[in-house]
Ligand binder design. Structure first.
Ligand SMILES: Nc1ncnc2c1ncn2[C@@H]1O[C@H](COP(=O)(O)OP(=O)(O)OP(=O)(O)O)[C@@H](O)[C@H]1O
Ligand SMILES: [Mg+2]
Length: 258
């Protein structure tokens, strides 16, 4: 043997999990994402806030390619986003998404909802998929609801099922687009607690939310968007105590009033 060799297979994985570079997108004449540069580290929790129409949802949707981009590049774990076919299905599994509306399959039970993607996309065996689904449903606190249909659950319970369904795919990153906005106030916390737990366990998360308490306690970084641009990024402490831009000051003064 000669000198110590460094195995190429063991090359260290990059700390950057999601990388957007110079991303632009238009809806007709509307320049909805403008030169977006954003890097999300492994295990990082990024909260995205900003006024209505600033492009927050569109940004999330580009990350799992529910929206195409006009130019720029997006990569996940070092791989550019696939265009179509099986690779795209795998990407959607790697990037879990939870929306404001719960988007569960109405004609399938809670358990079936959490099993489906595992069997169809991840090719898990039924028994293993069921075992994992039950474990995840327990973890988000709805294990006893497994055999019900989504409409028989409260909004907060349905949203926790949606989180379990995304987690069942072992995603690399979870995107949350206003996951508590459609919920009655008393159900908001039960969903935020599940998200808080996930954050503590090291899940990489991008969260669009108006819940500033969550942003303060769970976020590593706050990204403030306005008019399709990232106007400001800072730790929650810095952002909430000393926003730099007028747009952010104005936004915070409005939302922190109520
Ligand atoms: N499919 C679409 N076709 C045309 N315009 C769209 C489409 N989706 C979004 N837009 C427009 O793009 C802009 C950004 O929308 P987006 O939903 O990303 O904003 P947002 O920051 O998530 O707002 P909100 O806080 O209200 O959810 C808005 O002006 C919206 O009307
Ligand atoms: Mg939105």
């Amino acid at each position: 043997m000669t000198a110590v060799s460094v195995s190429k297979d063991a090359a260290p994985t990059s700390e950057d999990l999601v990388v957007l570079s110079k991303v632009n997108k238009h809806f007709g004449a509307l320049h909805v994402l403008q030169d977006i540069d954003l890097t999300i580290g492994r295990g990082e929790v990024v909260v995205v806030i900003g006024p209505s129409g600033s492009g927050k949802s569109t940004l999330c949707r580009t990350i799992n390619r529910l929206e195409t981009i006009d130019d720029g590049a997006i990569s996940i774990d070092g791989q550019p986003l696939p265009q179509e076919g099986k690779d795209l299905a795998r990407l959607r599994a790697d990037v879990g998404m939870v929306f404001q509306s719960f988007n569960l399959f109405a004609h399938k039970t809670v358990l079936q909802n959490v099993m489906l993607g595992q069997v169809k996309v991840r090719k898990a065996e039924k028994g293993a998929a069921e075992e994992k689904a039950r474990r995840l449903l327990d973890r988000v606190g709805v294990g006893s609801q497994a055999d019900k249909y989504p409409a028989q659950l409260s909004g907060g319970q349905q949203q926790r099922v949606a989180i379990a369904r995304a987690l069942a795919m072992d995603p690399k990153v979870m995107l949350f687009d206003e996951p508590t906005s459609a919920l009655d106030p008393e159900m908001i916390n039960e969903v935020l607690e599940v998200m808080q737990q996930l954050a503590q366990e090291g899940m990489t998360m991008v969260v669009v939310t108006h819940e500033m308490g969550f942003a303060r306690s769970a976020a590593n970084r706050v990204v403030f968007m306005a008019d399709g641009r990232i106007v400001e990024e800072a730790t929650p402490d810095k952002f909430f105590s000393a926003p730099r831009s007028d747009r952010a000051k104005d936004f915070l003064s409005k939302i922190l009033q109520h």
